[in-house]
Design a protein around this ligand. Structure first.
Ligand code: SAM
Length: 254
């Protein structure tokens, strides 16, 4: 099997473990990233109303197409480039054993679907899944944990060793589960500005908030004091709500 395009195919025992956690229902629409040879697509399709799958590898898509039931639409394209929103009617469930080499940009793209998706279950490198789902205060907590954490509950319900795949990857894998909340944990008026702010707060992880943010926000110290957040803290210690409150306060005065 070629290793290009992050191709590690799920063995059937692993697919069943994964589908048990996903718990698909007959009325639901699914969007799958990277169906490959159909390891998940083929057992999932008969259990759901409809499924759209996006595959970049034309040879794999050619082989999969004739095996697909009528409720599956296969799109040949790059999941980083196609208009995912157009493929996500409200309530869509997003799944995939992701190509690990692009898992971070994909997770960022999925964030823009937060108002459309009922949930998301994606296989990732364990390190990445754990990082995104980790709580504040841990070394792993970072930009994606904050951005997703504002809008969703995150956890890692399953872990898989390399042997769950063919060929086995070099790393352990895990399923990241994301369940968007009906409203963000704390309102944020300008999500794009919030993302810039969080990126900047984490710019140099080992520096303090003040060091990372002072140049861009002249009133930083004042608002930190009002919100009772010590400027000597590092970004990785701030909760999602603290991030959102600080951002909103700075937006009102800077
Ligand atoms: N779902 C299959 C399985 O579990 O056996 C395959 C998973 S494999 C880890 C990742 C799949 O994503 C491969 O089929 C690969 O060709 C496809 N892929 C890689 N890059 C992609 C991209 N940018 N857009 C869509 N699919 C991509």
């Amino acid at each position: 099997m070629p290793r290009r395009l992050g191709q590690h195919f799920l063995r059937s025992a692993s697919v069943e473990r994964l589908l048990k956690v996903i718990d698909p229902r007959p009325a639901e629409h699914f969007l799958e990233i990277g169906p490959g040879a159909g390891a998940m697509t083929l057992p999932l399709a008969p259990r759901v109303a409809s499924l759209t799958a996006i595959e970049l590898d034309a040879a794999l898509a050619d082989r999969l197409q004739p095996r697909l039931p009528a409720n599956v639409t296969l799109i040949r394209g790059d999941a980083l480039a196609v208009d995912l929103r157009a493929l996500c009617p409200p309530g869509t469930r997003l799944v995939g054993n992701l190509p690990y080499y692009i898992s971070s940009p994909l997770l960022r793209r999925f964030l823009d679907l937060r108002d459309r998706i009922a949930d998301l279950h994606v296989m990732l490198q364990d390190e990445v899944a754990s990082r995104v789902a980790s709580p504040p205060g841990s070394k792993e907590y970072g930009v994606l944990s904050v951005l997703w954490g504002l809008w969703a509950d995150l956890d890692v319900p399953l872990r898989f060793p390399p042997g769950a795949f063919e060929p086995p990857p070099k790393v352990d894998s895990a399923v990241l589960r994301v369940r968007p909340l009906p409203a963000p944990r704390e309102p944020v008026d300008d999500p794009v500005g919030f993302e810039r702010f969080v990126l900047q707060a984490f710019r140099q992880r080992r520096r303090t908030l003040e060091n990372n943010l002072q140049d861009s926000y002249p009133h930083l110290k004042h608002h930190l004091r009002l919100l009772n957040i010590a400027g000597s803290r590092r970004a990785e210690t701030l909760s999602v709500v603290e991030f959102a409150r600080l951002f909103s306060a700075l937006g009102r005065s800077d």
